[in-house]
Design a protein around this ligand. Sequence first.
Ligand code: NCD
Length: 324
Amino acid sequence: MADIIFPHQHILGIEGMGPDAISTILDLSESYVDLNRQRDKKRSDLRGRTVINVFFESSTRTRTSFELAGKRLGADVINIAVEASAINKGETLLDTAMTLNAMHPDVLVVRHPYSGAVQLISEKVECAVVNAGDGWHEHPTQALLDALTIRRRVGKLAGLNVAICGDVAHSRVARSNILLLHTMGAFVRIVAPPTLVPADAAKLGVDVYHDMAEGLKDADIVMMLRIQTERMRGSLFPSQREYFRYFGLDAEKLKAAKPDALIMHPGPMNRGIEIDSDVADDINRSVIPEQVEMGVAVRMACLDLLTRNVIANFDDDSSKGGAA
Ligand code: NCD
């Protein structure tokens, strides 16, 4: 695997990433899926390397899977809990970044509530930076793990009809997925109440539906999103019960999709609000646990590629990587 060329110094977003770079990550992830299913999961490829996870927002699966990914590759992994750090003493974001940079990490994995904050950090530090979710902007490793899950189940991404449903307006997961799926030749529609459609839906090139029966018609993939009340100012839908009635995925609404359509959700799920337990736990259709499994493999591939120090010209439009 030593001859893989990855043209990005950072992974800040799917924007700016071409199909070859995406396929490189997904192909390498496959070998890590196999490794993660073995009893002995430890490698030494990243021995002597330091990965720092800095999460300015809460997280269960993303932070844990980055930590596992680094440790399984043999890196030293440090987690900074923002509540217990000097960030609460008034330090600016850039001072925090400069402080961490002075400790010579090889990779910083950053989650931040503000769109663009992770890119800003990447401009100030010498190491590779991975965006683990910035505000409403991007969450590239989530889109990559979703793509790996779909590709392994269906065998391809190109030509698939993917319906992304729910709170698209506040979702970095949706944004990164739309960019990735379009880059790989899939068709994306969003299904949401008018108040939860992103303002730039037309620019994103997606078809917009406000009715689940119409929006799920012939879908190969039904991707549900969490209602992100923490990002809403005021109430954007009348009540949770009404939301579930019109936009919550249940067995009845799922009938509009293809008979073998896969059900996805990035987690954490609000059962009974955006998704019914019957479909979330349907072992034949739901790939939600598999998404979590793929997350570790994808993050191992990202850490691996970013620490190889191979920067070459690819088919992408930038050699700096991620969001332009
Ligand atoms: C998502 C996130 O944080 O953007 N979660 C995740 O990383 N799996 C989605 C969400 O919080 O709803």
